[in-house]
Design a protein around this ligand. Sequence first.
Ligand code: ADP
Length: 171
Amino acid sequence: MSIAIYPGTFDPITYGHIDIALRASKIFSHVIAVVASNPSKKPLFSIEERLDMVRVCLKGTANISVISYEGLIVDCLKEKNASVIIRGLRALTDVESEFQMAYTNRKLYNAAETVFLMPSARYTYLNSTMVKQIAYLGGDITHFVPEYVRLKLIDKTAVPKKTSADPENGK
Ligand code: ADP
């Protein structure tokens, strides 16, 4: 059985992430999407919220499971008896950092093989940061994330409206 893990911050999961996970699920017998805590990236959503959104968005595919993980990706690989790490490659700009990560993981665990998959062309320029920025500015993110995620993003990025009880109101 060929198991692959698909690690990411998923802050939040987008159609680009989903595209890669589904492609991987057609190649490997089991794919484990791993929501990494990644505190250095200061995620907008908590790890529980990200895990929940990834679960909801990938629940339709039987050979994909979803977990969260706080440690090194190579330790996750060993725990799951896997050797393949899936990563998505969008434009050339991803290559430098992705190669660095792939070689580092191989250095840490010689059996670790990173497999890069390309998303559908329409998701090439899609990333979570851009989606969050659009949401903060009140733009339409329908084409970038599933409805469940869109509503969570609207909740999270909503700027509270001033009420008449607000002491700052009318100043
Ligand atoms: P990380 O912080 O580990 O880069 P991300 O959630 O940003 O986590 O991305 C996880 C993986 O998904 C990465 O390999 C990234 O390149 C890939 N990915 C993100 N968005 C897209 C997209 N639109 N198309 C293809 N791959 C993507």
